[in-house]
Design a binder for this molecule. Structure first.
Ligand code: ADP
Length: 262
């Protein structure tokens, strides 16, 4: 079984001021996904469908009083509805390509504690997989058992780590809008170099040179999750979903340029 993450940065226009799909990318990626040849779970990021609401309502920050509680309660509803809409658009596109994609809403069966998954029953996902479906989960906003925050963001990257450990996973592929992990953010530093293999011994600091990576933003969170997975014995790879053909090669079990985390 493979777990494929479709990065929110490839599926949506991440810098948009309102939730916006990247229609061209979504159509092409869905066509490529249709080449899969084994059991597969897809997890997609939230991109502009998640972070605009989550940031506005500061989901995951400490609740400061009754007004803030009401505000964040509404914010949780809006964030969930927005990412569910993205999920609907993603599975609809997968249906067009004849992929039996079943959308599964994480916030209906996952509860966090201190921003990490605490409750999650994977039986339903297993049953869909066994019956030949492709379960499609996504980054969501969920209840949190920490009374000071009550709600938190559950990233698609965290869902992957959790599911990969719980279910019998052979390969974990994360696609984003860059080729992998670089020595610095490749979007802002043209001299950044791609790192082929990252292990727990790779220095990930704030001074970048050939052997050290200055990892920030979403990529830093991904590395934390994927190193945890590596510690558990599951290797993963980060690849670029924006390069035509990469997803197709990856889901059909072939080599793709990217960074391996082991
Ligand atoms: P996604 O939405 O695809 O899951 P994110 O946007 O959260 O991914 O994270 C990917 C982004 O991380 C890249 O677009 C890149 O700009 C940024 N980034 C920061 N530092 C690095 C680095 N050292 N290597 C690669 N990407 C990096």
């Amino acid at each position: 079984m493979i777990i494929l993450k479709l990065g929110g940065s490839a599926l949506t226009i991440k810098d948009a001021d309102k939730p916006t799909i990247d229609d061209v990318n979504l159509d092409r990626i869905a066509t490529e996904v249709a080449s899969y040849n084994q059991d597969m779970i897809i997890v997609h990021g939230a991109g502009s469908f998640g972070h605009i609401h989550a940031r506005k309502y500061a989901i995951g920050d400490r609740i400061l009083g009754d007004d803030d509680k009401s505000n964040k309660t509404m914010g949780l509803c809006l964030t969930q509805a927005s990412v569910q809409l993205l999920n609907y658009k993603v599975i609809s596109k997968l249906h067009e390509k004849n992929i039996p994609a079943v959308g599964i809403k994480p916030s209906t069966f996952i509860v966090n504690k201190d921003k990490r998954i605490d409750e999650c029953d994977t039986n339903l996902i297993r049953k869909y997989l066994d019956d030949g479906f492709v379960p499609v989960l996504y980054g969501d906003a969920v209840l949190d058992k920490n009374d000071e925050i009550r709600y938190s963001i559950l990233s698609g990257d965290q869902i992957i780590t959790y599911l990969a450990k719980k279910l019998n996973t052979d390969r974990v592929i994360l696609s984003s809008d860059v080729d992998g992990i670089y020595t610095d953010n490749p979007k802002t530093n043209p001299d950044a170099k791609l790192i082929d293999i990252v292990t727990k011994d790779t220095p990930l600091t704030t001074t970048s040179n050939d052997n050290q990576a200055d990892v920030t933003g979403g990529m830093a969170g991904k590395i934390r999750e994927l190193l945890e997975l590596a510690e558990y014995g599951i290797e993963s790879q980060i690849i670029n979903a924006e390069k035509e053909g990469n997803i197709k090669l990856a889901v059909s079990g072939r080599q793709v340029k990217g960074t391996i985390i082991k």
